[in-house]
Design a protein. Sequence first.
Length: 396
Amino acid sequence: MKRREFLKTTVLATAAVATGPFPARANPEKPTIRQYRKLGKTEIKMSDISFGTGKLPSPSMVLRAIDRGVNYFDTAPDYGSSEKYIGGAMKRIQRDKIYIASKFCTPPSYPSHLPPGSRKKDYIQAVEGSLSRLKTDYLDVCFVHAIGEMSKDRDAERKRLLDPEMLAAVEELKKAGKMRYLAISSHGPDNMEDLLLDAVRSDHYDVIMMAFNFMKFPRAPEVFKEADQRGVGVVAMKTLAGAKDMSLEFKGAPFAPAAFKWVLNHPEVDGLVITIKSVGDLDLFLRASGEAPSAADRRVLDQYAARYGKLYCRTGCSSCESACPAGVPVATALRYQMYFRDYGMEKRAMQSYAALNRDAERCLSCEAPNCTRSCPYGLPVQALLRAAHDDLSFAV
Ligand code: SF4
Ligand code: SF4
């Protein structure tokens, strides 16, 4: 029996008995994964479209995705109930047929990355916590998450990625068989490419996950080339450039699969992780698996760029922030608004915004919006920040 057939049979047979509402047979008309790619020099062969569980609705979604061939699940302790839901599906999963990536974070709300100064035991406890919630005894991948988010100072973040306490914990966890590969992720906003290059060159990391999409990432080739040369796997995220219009299509080419095909058309990218919230997402997103971009795909991306290019705060950019005398974290506030408006993660976005040291309240009365003048992409930054504050603050 081939791997896919085995997986499908195992999951469906057990799911049907244990949970009732699952379909007795997978619908052959539904899109499935058609391509698996080796993740750098790891032993992982990941589905090209993989599951970001930032808004995982239930354990059953995990099983449905596995049935369609998705085999890589990106989770984190601070993604709400994500780890618990995967754990809830675990007894119906053949563990060695899927890959689980989690992060050195603590529950429950995002962002709760382990801060600088954390001790070896903190890193070990974080992984133990994940294993317990996931109901498994090992992680395939564990991430130092969101490098470039905790400090504007490259050296400070560099210390986080090379922290001897973290590396000692990793060594112990690997020896104990509790994690297989060390990884690092970044969506900026500061020094994204430089920090990822630092990680790749350190030889401590097996995988990087980087924000990457069709809306201009000029230094991505530099990072990809170095990762490729050193056998470091590359996973892409934030591939929908803000996900501002999921209904956009051109001559039957829907926007989301076109954006994924564009990303996966880069041979150094081993796979992408996308937040999947429903069966509808699965149906739409998996249409991109194993497919090269068509002329219609390129046109729909052009249309998106024309409509939303002046509304989408570029992931990995923080160019305007130095122009703000009040130190408003423009990129982070606008990213949280993206989670709120475009990703459907309202609660998480509001909690994350509330945890910021400085928010965009001061933009309401700012009379010298230097940020707007400084954005090279022409975004009406002050207006966007005012709207973000309105969306994200708990004040009534
Ligand atoms: S509007 Fe003013 S306070 Fe707000 S980010 Fe721009 S410069 Fe800073
Ligand atoms: S508003 Fe413009 S300059 Fe500021 S972070 Fe976003 S894309 Fe960059």
